[in-house]
Design a protein. Sequence first.
Length: 407
Amino acid sequence: MLNLDFHPTGRHFLQIPGPSPVPDRILRAMSLPTIDHRGPEFGALGRELLSKIQRVFKTAAPVIIYPASGTGAWEAALANTLSPGDGVLMFETGHFATLWHKMALRLGVKPEFIGLPGDEGWRQGVQADMIEARLKEDTEHRLKAVCVVHNETSTGVTSDIAAVRRAIDAAGHPALLMVDTISGLASADYRHDDWGVDVTISGSQKGLMLPPGISFNALSDKAIAVSREACLPKSFWAWDEILAANTNGYWPYTPNTNLLYGLNEALDMLLEEGLDNVFARHQRWAAGVRAAVDAWGLEIQCQDPAVYSPVLTGVVLPDGVDADAVRELIYQRFDLSLGMGLGKAKGRMFRIGHLGDCNDLTLMATLAGCEMGLELCGVSLKASGVKAAMDYFAAHPPAHLTRLADA
Ligand code: PLP
């Protein structure tokens, strides 16, 4: 039932780790009239988009754009490259790695799910040495792919994808490398070609700052070659027909035209800013938010500072505190949405997203909402996180100001 007494004023604070707040510039672009998806204007848009999106994945290879959420692009990656009964090595980093593993089981391949014991794996990134050791044992090459999540949205932990590539090479194993960067792309550094990734999966509703509804498979020549032999059933997801239609900027079915207008605008925004500046901006926001969590005296879910996510921070609440009750109060009192603890972390943590259309002051408001909510719930805090974040942001001006000062 809708709560009809709840009439918030001002803008809602959407600080979940995606869908992220959509910039007005993108919303305006999406409001243009829908055009004929088989007409010349659309073909020109398609060709422009398909070329610009390669720059964000850092690839010279084709990027497939699906009118689907990220889960669809996960399925597309598996269905295009694998055959029934194929072995797949997957690494447990959190809830999304777990869901991808579940999908692989449902599709009829044989995924092996390895990881650190207990809850430890949900607080660290992928352990490339464990992947290398398992691949070395697989002398008959039954494992056809290694699947890892680059930015685990359920925990706020990233993984070193270049290290996974090195592990596969060190084992001399031909498995494909498939990487989910649904919540990492366009916020955290990502290099499809340099890191030797065969299929990268991503989505629209995180770093690309779009609403949900578009997802991606970036390919490699090897992945395309393997897909010609792979025989899991596929039709809508099949790369071959999409690649053929894409050569002229079209799709074999009706694409989501207005979301593609938005994507075109998002790509312009990101490329105008420069990807390195985009990554630095997210790192700085993440550091400000972590300064607040440290000052509160609360634990960050990620235990390895080398792999803190620039996209979100997982805040672990003291034993006995129901994180969902804290989130609920914060939502009701301050119209602020925070990410919930998922899977093994349910009720134990909340997640603060620092991505999309936000800035220092939206993050300060977010942290103020968290601090007030925690205090209202009786969580004892060591010091003011809001003050710590203010101090951090004041002492670390954004890079564009530093550049102006240097000019
Ligand atoms: N993988 C990761 C890392 C995610 O964060 C998500 C969604 O948040 C998914 C997969 C699933 O994508 P979707 O919900 O768009 O289907």
